[in-house]
Design a protein around this ligand. Sequence first.
Ligand code: F6R
Length: 609
Amino acid sequence: MCGIVGYVGRRDAADVLLDGLSKLEYRGYDSAGIAVFEDQQIRVAKSKGRLLDLQKKMEEEGKPAGHAGIGHTRWATHGEPSDRNSHPHGGGSVTLVHNGIIENYKRLKEFLLSQGRVFESDTDTEVVAQLLDYYYEANNGNPIDAIIKTSRELEGSYALGVVFADFPDMVFALRKESPLIVGIGEGESFIASDVTAILKYTKQYYLLEPGEIAVLSHRETKIYDQHYQKIEKELKTADWDVSAAEKGGYEHFMLKEIFEQPTAIKTTIAPRITDGLPDLSECGITPERLTGFRRIHVVACGTAMHAGMVGKYVIERLAKVPVNVDIASEFRYRDPLVGKGDLVIVISQSGETADSLAAMRLAKSLGAETLAIVNAKGSSIAREADMLIYTHAGPEIAVASTKAYMVQIAVMYLFAFELALANGSVDEAECRRLTGLLQETPALIESILAHKDRAQQIANELITADSLLYIGRGLDYALSMEGSLKLKEISYIHSESYAAGELKHGTISLITENMPVIAVATQKRLFDKTVSNIKEVKARGAKVVLVCDEAYVPEKDVADLKFGLPEFDDLLSPMPAVVPLQLIAYYTAVLKGTDVDKPRNLAKSVTVE
Ligand code: F6R
């Protein structure tokens, strides 16, 4: 939530900041703003709305000209989206941008008001700017002392980019909980919430640890600890290519990312398969380490939680270990029965989701072992887990997750196969067969992507609907949940997912003439039962879209439209079968004219609870 950037170098700072913010807009787009040193003075430009609105404003009012500054793209938490609540915020000599939430801002604000300070916005961020300035004044203008004193007072999460009017062309940064990297280029340096914002300029960066303070100037970049001691850090190299954060000829990032799925699967699974068998030793996970867990809990949010649902079916079927799947925000507050002997798997694309991180910390404190399945390298969840499997999807820019989900389930399969083999519930030959099938999925998905026009035709039939249902049984139910979320979040059509057999216990009363029902029926052993449920909705007037084996020819009383899938194994069918659901959601949103990559009210990285 919210993205911040900072720059010191020879380039036009406003251009670099705006370019960086364009890569971070997925983190929020309620407002945008920059502060640049122009002729030794801080000049701020900010506006409610998208980055485009800020750019338009600057065309009219002039762009701040200079070589150092900070920038922000906002997902509003405290204070409505408006010009006055947009970052950067100021207090005396201090101007700053903030990603996170200051939980004790009310108490701090009361104190600052009692000191005669005046506030101009409703944000928690302005409190930080005022507090920093308060300590800055009290410390005879020493910025680092002021930063250290301020950070000791702040409760909550923050990544901050700060400029002081008395220190032209210098950018200060610090973080707790919210992510922040410090990029190092040739004679220039950067700060950013995410490496994608700096890839165009450099691949070298430091991961700032909680409490560390970065000081960027034209001469050098220094990092201090909370005792004002200079520290040396390991310089990391991003393995993402700059093109990964560009649209590459696609109309939207979401479509590009749907098409990147075959490659993402290959890159994720190839290093974890040896001699035709799963091998997670690259991630420090051995069969010995996996056996002996009495129970597994999967904890995640949204799409990542749906990947966990697929994992539950597969692990229970193959490895015979009971699996609970929990929404992280529920898990952390319901006194979960978790402890020694349990494995808690946390799935997260960003690795920064506040509820998932808190759930993982809770699980650790209760004595469980934790395994993180994460896409963003060096993120908080990745760093704090006992065991870690990185997914290699590359940067996912569209807010609606597609390729990250795909590789999350690919990893769940590998994990289930390895666990089942280690437990002895699956023999080597069967494990080899299953692993071979997993390796076939990229080609299978390529063949489905070639039929994207079919998804477009189906989308044409959905755009006038007010409400939709997704139904399925077993693994198809888990997929229906994902299909339904994808459609509603980007097309704004209300949609629910239901276990097909559950409809007649209440929900079937919603069916009216021509209401679309998307039925997923890939499970051969459940196929006839699902078809019976489909007939029940069809008989009540529903317009049924069936996602099933291409060889099946539905009668008129079963389906109106069909998306056919190549014949495949039941257990692994979620990987190919989710693709038409993603494409249908995508084209429905495109036809409705919504902002596909940045749907309203959402942000990609949810770092608040
Ligand atoms: C939906 C979507 C979200 C995320 C959820 C968790 O398309 O992307 O539901 O899956 O916010 O995010 P991560 O995976 O970053 O923890």
